[in-house]
Design a protein around this ligand. Sequence first.
Ligand SMILES: Cc1ncc(COP(=O)(O)O)c(C=O)c1O
Length: 384
Amino acid sequence: MMHAYLDNAATTPVAPEVVKAMMDVYNTVHGNPSSTHAPGRKAKALVETSRRSIAKLLGVPPRTVCFTSGGTEADNHAVQAAVGCLGVTRIVTSAAEHSAVIKATQVAGERQDVEVVHVQHHADGAVDMGHLASLLASSKSKTLVSLMHANNEVGVMVDLARVAAMCREHGAYLHSDTVQSMGHYPMNLEQLDVDFLTCSAHKLHGPKGTGFLYVNPTLRIDGMIVGGGQERMLRGGTENVAGIVGLARAFDLAFEHMEAHEAHIRSMKARMVEGLKAHIPGVVFNGDSHLEDRLYTVLNVKFPEHPNGGMAVFLLDLEGVACSGGSACSSGATMGSHVLRALGFHDPSQASVRFSFSRYTTEADIDLALDAVAKVFAPAAVEA
Ligand SMILES: Cc1ncc(COP(=O)(O)O)c(C=O)c1O
């Protein structure tokens, strides 16, 4: 049976170059980076070389990159540090954030008496910048703004430079979950004045369970996971050496070939959009995710009412097509999507499905998915 993997926003296949780099570590580097003997120093050198190469691509000092277990940990750390170390008592965020940020801010609200305010969105899913400006202007408390760069479900993007300028004007800190955009868009932090950014390796063809938190060098924060002095006291625990090397290799590949990858992915997405329009009359794209200025890896499709709608992801899976009906991390769950609900795109009578693409997506994948969609949503099934 043919298969098409179109759930790259959930996770991407690990690049063969990354697998090789990681296998070399597993096969040849056995030391603990904290050990002072030669094998330990070799492991430590790999961690620090990886940190330097990632930092260079972002245009920041290496010490600003703190390796984590991925995006969820990095998001939690940013929110907890802002509240616990920087005196933040008000968080401006959005109901359409990833659950890592939603839950972390909710917990800060409940346990640490922090006011959590949600910014409004326009009908197309974009953050209402006027509302954000008024929330910042009216703020009397030390504020953290936490807004993701690219929404993982509908691909709506935030103009980070503009939000950063607004935050600076009002003395607010800025955290952005850049898990879906890191490695897919240029990210020059010499020009972008943010406080915290988060990255997850498995969204850019690196390994699962590895990522980092960028912390602006002007900030002094504590670790969230304590116990060892690793990561300059920011994150206790023996480093995932192979994972970190894999992340750095994935970063290199992503930045080196970014334009070519982007052009390929955009052409795959365009083929999907055109095919859907041709096969399925009345199809719409949640958050205008088909537009050029949306995250180019993601397409969120709302299908016309159909008896197969409620089972769409399951039926597409039976046809060999892997896609998602909810958020990345709850794929397969039946809870639906908090993002679609928050942005007003949820309609219980119409199935919404996210297709997401990568540099490994082929025309054959798209054509297989289009055939599968045509079968699942065939008019005949309505009559039957
Ligand atoms: C926008 C966003 N933030 C955070 C995460 C969590 O990252 P990780 O899986 O590395 O914990 C994800 C994963 O789906 C995501 O899409």
